[in-house]
Design a protein around this ligand. Sequence first.
Ligand code: IVH
Length: 683
Amino acid sequence: MIEKEPAQQRIHELRTEIERHNRLYYLDASPEITDREYDRLLDELDQLEKQFPELGSPTSPTQRVGGAPLDGFKSVRHAQPMMSLSNTYSKEELIEFDRRIQKLIPEESFRYILEPKIDGVAISLRYENGELIQALTRGDGTTGDDVTANVRTIKSIPLRLADMMPPAVLEVRGEIYMDTKGFSKLNQDRQDAGLEPFANPRNACAGSLKLLDSREVAKRPLDAIFYATGELDGIFFDTHEQMLQTLRSYGLRITPNYWKENSVEDLLERLDELESMRHEFPFEMDGGVIKINERRLYEPLGYTAKSPRWAVAYKYEPEQAETTLRAISIQVGRTGVLTPVAELEPVQLAGTTVRRATLHNEDEIRRKDIKIGDRVIVEKAGEIIPAVVRVVTEKRNGSEHEFSMPSACPVCGSDVEKREGEVALRCINLQCPAQVKNWLTHFASRGAMDINGLGESLVEQLVDSGLVKNPAELYSLTKAEVLGLERMGEKSADNLIKGIEESKSRPFERVLMGLGIRHIGKGAAIILANEFGNIDALMNAEVSRLESIRDIGPIVAQSVVDYFRNPDALAVIESLRRTGVAVEKKTSGGSSELEGLTFVLTGSMETMTREDAGEKIRARGGKVSSSVSKNTSYLVAGESAGSKLEKAEKLGVTILDEEQFIALLGSEQKREDQRAGQMGFNF
Ligand code: IVH
């Protein structure tokens, strides 16, 4: 047991070190350690803080996972109002802006700074003596919502400034955004789950910040860039550039590019350059922001009711094109969701030819009053799939007609249903060829069972010929059957059969991933495999048990439980089990079967000492910790276990008694015993 003083010292070291690694990762994009090593540092800190709760701190790097849901957000007055920017839409207006300034301060010389205008949600962070104490949204400019708990979960935002002598008060203002790639993925997941997708990254970002459960926010791909200040005490900046560089040195992220220009003419040229870079930024950029660099000129120039006179936004036209909606087709996804897709007259947009655009769901089609034959405006932003923004109703000639979603699945003809709380229609038939094809492709994919030789077109043939209706049936395919498929040669058939056979040796987590449980990607599959060890334990897990696992949220937990309620899914799992596919974590051979698991031992055991038990765990790659936290995988409770048992119960940690623990050590243990020529266990 570590003493308090060295613990305090180590906590301090760990926090400083983790913060440094955060900056290396998020600001410099040049990490020095692996994710695993990083997690190890974080784990060590977490354990120490659990052991000495009095040494905990709200700005510790462990405090980013989110906390208990709030009832609502507190309204808080801004120390200084949060202003907006006036907009310009043309170069003439910008020249006019420059003329006004020259007139207001004719004697002064100054420079302009040009920055990208980030299309996100404005935020104001307050650091007192270097510690993040508050995050407010703009609200009406005078009062905003206190979203501190949510903002804490954004990993690139420092909870402490990287400075030994931070200012007494530093309010920084900036933009929270969702990066375009993360947005696409989030929307795809939502669509698969039958939920309403977000219209654009800004809405997704705003929606995420307004979630009352910060643990959910922690899972959203949010980031932030800072570009202005509010109240300051104990610090002063001559120029905007100096301010930006200081923020950067504190570990706050600033814009990846900015330009300093002497004249409005130079500025206009730069604006074109910035526009040409529009899609290179990881965020949506809807224009440029022009600011005077010399901050001493802010006061003399002053403010209008809503915005400063020393800055202006220059907005780009959104990238849109007009075309004809020829038809609406329906795609059926892996989870059976029916998605309407706009089939468009091909049109050039942002350098690519657009032929299709997503229409998301029927509600969306109604809301936008989209009819087949309409002239429509399509828009593409960043890397996002083009979307139909609106109908050019003036161009209707009466030949357009309404679209309605089919009442049967277009692929298999089965009924479709709308689940409670969802907007999407789903095909109810799990054997629907569209679903089966998607499922098989996923099952065979590299991240899952990695079946060599089984790609999309072969999956298509196998399903269409009726040979395979689910992943388990792959394992009973014969070479003769495969040879019966069109364009199938001897060698390919051999390869396929071999690939399928080899996939039986994939570890349990790959099998779990291949099952195609909604929301279970590689990461979640590994966590679940480690946590439960076998499919039966996972099948019997309740939502509360699943939710108690680190990184498993309520949506994932519910999705796991729903999956195992489905008798068809259970039948497939039983068949997979019979074919010899791994339905449990490997416990033989290696010495790493407990890898990734953390044990806490408490109370006294009959057959072994705690030291012996610890050794056995470590010998199998597991970790032993002295205190219970939500990261604890198992609490092994012997006789007269005390407060640790209570705590484990409260946190929903799996509790093992001596017998269960011995069973977990499992076959490896038995083998040791056989070698020793003993019956039973002798510790
Ligand atoms: S400066 C006092 N710089 O755009 C004015 N704003 O349309 C402080 N925005 O309210 C704002 N990128 O939410 C500034 N580089 C940037 C920006 C930026 C995006 C947002 C900000 C502002 C809004 C005005």
